[in-house]
Design a binder for this molecule. Structure first.
Ligand SMILES: *[C@@H]1O[C@H](CO)[C@@H](O)[C@H](O)[C@H]1NC(C)=O
Ligand SMILES: *[C@@H]1O[C@H](CO)[C@@H](O)[C@H](O)[C@H]1NC(C)=O
Ligand SMILES: CC(=O)N[C@H]1CO[C@H](CO)[C@@H](O)[C@@H]1O
Length: 351
């Protein structure tokens, strides 16, 4: 306890996260509590409300800040009815039909199309997904293509980003049938920016780019297997905890109110510990192990949204449905200087 002051804040954050239950003892929690009490900025407790004449924009600002702070603290957030606009019927219409009908229908059509193209191009022997070794043991070339990545047995991610040097052939991929994306982005943008702008390296580009966006569909087929807990990116700073540089936004296209459709499980607050995952030092690395701690599995309807830090441990649960694909729209927003190359390797299916 003698040399902590320069890193007080960080330790404090770390300990308060650890207290969620990565096997820390009560004594550790007591230390965390003391450290937190010693620093006024330690906990992200909501400041006491000061004004009785709050304007609407003040109120919205507070709500936004509270959401952002919760995201920072837990590494994820679930916003129920986010695309429904129940609270403010005077605002733009609900986006539920766009998601539950248009995007849902497109996801199934696109899924069939991409397997058909894989077949036409000689990459797979049948023009549709079947659960057998051909797909699950790597014949759909591991890890996949620019257009489709096989993330795990029965679990595929279909990119919707057109590659810049796209060929005429790519036009056969139904991009022209893609439903509107902009209203969904518009709805999310304010909150996403308030999170990304906290990053020390956040900088809007001279051309006005405020973030990079990758969009895709994550589709679990019947019989998909349970994934291992994983993160989607390394930390940008391994010396201390920095705010998120890239955020996953999971938007269900079907109601997922039971565990039957293989929802996503996350480990709250694990985004802090995962900084240690890639350390060369085994002892440091062991601090990254939050497995066995409590997890959450948000069950979402169309209209809800799950947002999580790419560094938060998560996994897809198995799909016990025999006849229904589970499609999700996935938007990944990052600070302008960061490009997520790691998750989209591979040549094009047209090469
Ligand atoms: C919200 O957070 C921003 C940035 O941290 C801050 O400048 C602003 O005063 C906060 N607004 C409210 C109402 O708390
Ligand atoms: C999804 O759940 C919502 C909220 O419970 C409900 O209003 C809607 O009808 C459900 N949609 C389907 C297709 O079951
Ligand atoms: C955990 C679980 O129930 N997984 C199931 C996913 O679906 C296949 C096929 O229905 C089952 O064999 C698995 O047990």
């Amino acid at each position: 306890m003698t040399t902590i002051s320069p890193i007080l804040l960080f330790l404090c954050y770390l300990f308060s996260s650890l207290s969620v239950g990565f096997g820390v003892t009560n004594a550790d929690s007591a230390v965390a509590k003391v450290l937190c009490d010693a620093s006024p900025t330690c906990n992200s407790a909501t400041p006491p409300s000061t004004s009785s004449t709050t304007t609407i924009s003040d109120k919205n600002d507070k709500k936004l800040n509270a959401t952002r702070d919760k995201f920072n603290r837990d590494g994820y957030i679930v916003l129920k009815n986010y695309f429904r606009n129940n609270d403010d019927p005077t605002q733009e219409e609900s986006l539920v039909p766009l998601l539950g009908d248009d995007w849902h229908d497109f996801s199934l059509k696109y899924w069939n199309r991409i397997f058909q193209v894989l077949h036409e191009k000689g990459h797979i022997s049948e023009p549709h997904h079947v659960m057998n070794d051909e797909y699950n043991n790597g014949k759909l070339r591991h890890p996949g293509y620019k257009e489709i990545v096989h993330r795990y047995p029965g679990r595929y991610e279909l990119s919707l980003n057109r590659i810049s040097d796209h060929t005429k052939e790519e036009d056969s991929l139904l991009y022209h049938d893609m439903p509107l994306l902009q209203p969904i982005i518009d709805k999310l943008e304010h909150l996403i920016l308030s999170i990304l702008k906290q990053h020390p390296n956040y900088q809007e580009l001279p051309d006005g780019t405020k973030y990079n966006l990758l969009h895709s569909m994550l589709i679990s087929a019947p019989h998909s297997l349970i994934q291992k807990f994983h993160v989607d990116t390394k930390h940008t700073n391994e010396e201390e905890h920095w705010p998120a540089h890239i955020i996953n936004v999971f938007i269900p296209l079907v109601n997922m109110t039971t565990r039957v459709l293989g929802p996503t499980e996350v480990v709250p607050r694990s985004h802090v510990q995962t900084r240690f995952m890639y350390s060369d030092n085994p002892q440091t690395r062991s601090q990254a192990k939050p497995l066995g701690s409590s997890t959450v599995t948000p069950l979402m309807n169309v209209g809800d949204v799950l947002m999580f830090d790419f560094r938060t441990l998560h996994r897809g649960l198995p799909n016990v449905s025999r006849n229904q694909n589970r499609p999700m729209l996935v938007l990944a927003f990052s600070i302008p200087s960061f490009h997520d190359k790691a998750n989209w390797p591979g040549p094009s299916i047209f090469e």
